[in-house]
Design a protein around this ligand. Structure first.
Ligand SMILES: [Zn+2]
Length: 230
């Protein structure tokens, strides 16, 4: 597919009057917007011919002719180089797959201590620097999320010990809303057998909660009681 716009669609978007009987034909005829405003009776006829397959135009009356970029330029007053630049930019936008770091919202970036980041400008300014910066932001976001998961686990665990687990879930969902990221699935992994990879975070979180509640860790207490019984 050509990256250039279709000349007939351009004509329609600029309200060029098309002879509808010629639509779909090899040469589509229009009233020429470049002739002198139809002062001359003859120029009011459909002298402008559009060739859709070649994306070309030609007026049989005023002799104006060219490709679609020149056509847009004459209709809009924009320079041809500006039009090409704009099309190229739009094209590179639409085909560009965003890195997840670039999908972070302004609010999420603010949580990391940034303001709004203009990724497009960054990418065009210095590509290597842009890649490094993107990696930095993404790894900071992942660290941030890991911290939030830990915090969420602490809440769930604390309220579980207090017998108010629902309260724990509510607080986690409040954090989720605030940061715009789901945490619960990762929190539940702490509890599951897959949790060994976060065993250290889990242990330190539970220790912290016990400290806050000024209790012994249940596992510890259990062995203690068992020891007593023995
Ligand atoms: Zn003309």
């Amino acid at each position: 597919m050509s990256i250039l716009p279709n000349i007939v669609e351009i004509a329609q978007s600029y309200n060029v009057e098309i002879d509808s009987r010629t639509l779909g034909k090899r040469e589509i005829l229009c009233k020429c917007p470049f002739c002198n405003n139809g002062q001359n009776k003859r120029s009011r006829r459909h002298y402008l011919s559009l060739n859709e397959s070649k994306n070309l135009f030609q007026c049989w009356w005023c002799k104006e002719r060219g490709g679609v970029i020149r056509f847009i330029s004459l209709l809009s007053g924009e320079s041809e180089s500006d039009i090409l630049e704009r099309i190229r930019r739009e094209k590179s936008h639409s085909s560009y797959q965003k890195h997840p770091a670039e999908k972070l919202s302004t609010h999420q970036l603010q949580l990391l201590g940034y303001g709004r980041i203009n990724w497009v400008a960054n990418r065009h300014f210095d590509y290597d620097e842009y890649l490094a910066f993107r990696e930095k932001v993404w790894s900071e976001w992942q660290d941030y999320i890991n911290e939030q998961v830990k915090r969420a686990y602490q809440m769930v665990w604390l309220y579980m010990l207090k017998g108010e687990i629902t309260m724990g879930y509510q607080l986690v969902s409040k954090i989720e809303n605030d940061i715009g990221f789901p945490l619960m699935e990762k929190v539940l992994r702490y509890f599951s057998s897959e949790g060994h990879e976060c065993a250290e975070d889990r242990w330190s979180s539970e220790e912290l909660v016990c400290e806050i509640l000024q209790i012994r860790h249940p596992v510890e207490s259990l062995t203690y009681l068992q020891k007593e019984e023995l």
